[in-house]
Design a protein around this ligand. Sequence first.
Ligand SMILES: Cc1cc2nc3c(=O)[nH]c(=O)nc-3n(C[C@H](O)[C@H](O)[C@H](O)COP(=O)(O)OP(=O)(O)OC[C@H]3O[C@@H](n4cnc5c(N)ncnc54)[C@H](O)[C@@H]3O)c2cc1C
Length: 527
Amino acid sequence: MGNNDVIIIGAGHNSLVAAGYLAKAGRRVVVLEKRSVVGGTAITEETFPGFKISPIAQTAGYLSAEVKADLKLDSQVEIIPLDPIASSPEPDGTHLTIWRDTARTVKEIARFSPADAAKYPLFVERMTKIAGVVQGLLKMTPIDLPSVGFADLRAALGLAGPVFKLGRKNINELLRLLPTPVEDLLNEWFESDVLKGALAASAVKDVTWGPQETGTTFTFVYNWALSDTGLFRSASLVKGGIGELTKAMAETARGFGAKIRTDAEVKSINVDQGKVTGVTLANGEEIQAGVVVSGASPRTTFLELIDASILEASFVRHVRNIKYRGSASRMHFTLSGLPEFPALAGSDTQGYLRGPIQIAPSINYLQRAFDCTKYGRLSNAPYLDIVIPTVADPSLAPSGKHIMSVTVKYTPYALRDGNWKAKGPEIAKLVVDTIAQYAPNFPSLIVDQTLVTPADLEAVYDLPEGNLNHGEMTLDQFFHMRPIPGYARYRTPIEGVYLCGPGCHPGGGVTGLPGQNAAREILKDAK
Ligand SMILES: Cc1cc2nc3c(=O)[nH]c(=O)nc-3n(C[C@H](O)[C@H](O)[C@H](O)COP(=O)(O)OP(=O)(O)OC[C@H]3O[C@@H](n4cnc5c(N)ncnc54)[C@H](O)[C@@H]3O)c2cc1C
């Protein structure tokens, strides 16, 4: 198959964004996806008749506003903002809810600690400024330390505004805080366990660390920088499920002339004398192009699709050393009615149940849930992040019925005993029993259930070790070190091969940013 300028491997959302930008710029693009559907981890399926479930990614609050506008996604999908952004029911029947509106949240916090309530607005203001600096980095092509050039310095000028706003004193504060455990940050501000638990949960939601681990302040700030709420976590759904968003991205790319093929697994990236020539599919078909962009993980790209013997040993060693270590599972339930969380004012459909519910009553609870992971075991008191999407979007299920989707942490990919097939029923029971402690009528409402384990994330969705983001989102794997030092600018050691997935800067979440940044660099190289 000829006549292509660019081959894009995978049809995850970042690949589709890159395809949109490249096709819009006049490149002849073909996207090759191994699965039968487009969207990668951002899909929605009718897992059970009449119920539209987003099995992996669900919330869309990280999506870049610029990508949305450039690819005209606004007119194709409806974003439903969730409010509250987090509710934490407590074992003693109380609850803390955090709303988009600071004044409303202050009233909630005051029930636990008037001192914390008084400090919360200043905390929001300070963290917003700190997050502003990280925000400035997201759209940048990382600087190639230590060889910084004039163009890098010019690009870094974009940071001047947020840095200036933050002020010199707070820059020091930012540098001091980022590597610390989020527990330390929160202890400096607050006294109540419930508030600290509610905030810390977002810092560890997407990584395999507990809140007492080094660098979790960075993940807290990173989520703040990306989020659509202006706060510590994002909270939006796409009407009809997140798969509607990736369908729209595919439509946009097709509209600009891109071809998208499913059931088209790339088996190898072909290279001749250091330059890419195209790819070979699993069925033996060869497709030629001078540019190949991989939306697959760095591990898949460099250790499976490219013959490692043509890469330098030190490069391969760095790629092998990327940390993945997945520890999240997803569980979905179809329900005959709405569960009642007595702590959350009954089944108040227009209120508390509209937003995410966190089973994260304190920092110690979160840390204990994590501790077992170090030894390849499951905690018997997991941290759960629950969304009942049908409250805000009843179109997802038959009338009166509901879907509950749960992210379960921590469930380590590398189990000490047994295997994931055998562990599945244990996790499922643990999740049901844990939720029942907070919503006693929950088990009686369950009609169907399905579990996605870290092993499934690897086998079905091609996520190494079940990691959410093609590599842990830790400070040592951020910016110029993502995916590895020296190769953070979307280019690779093979001329014409680029990366565009969350394994490169700025990393994970349905942001569209790695795809957008990669497309910009590819177009620059073509000039
Ligand atoms: C359990 C879980 C929950 C999450 N929840 C959220 C959330 O609620 N909100 C959020 O913003 N983010 C969430 N994320 C993170 C988010 O899904 C990812 O960071 C992001 O979607 C990655 O998008 P992508 O397009 O770059 O890659 P992917 O979605 O991983 O897509 C890569 C694509 O490449 C294809 N591929 C791989 N190898 C080949 C090959 N050899 N040939 C052809 N095709 C290939 C794969 O099949 C896949 O379709 C979650 C992730 C997980 C795992």
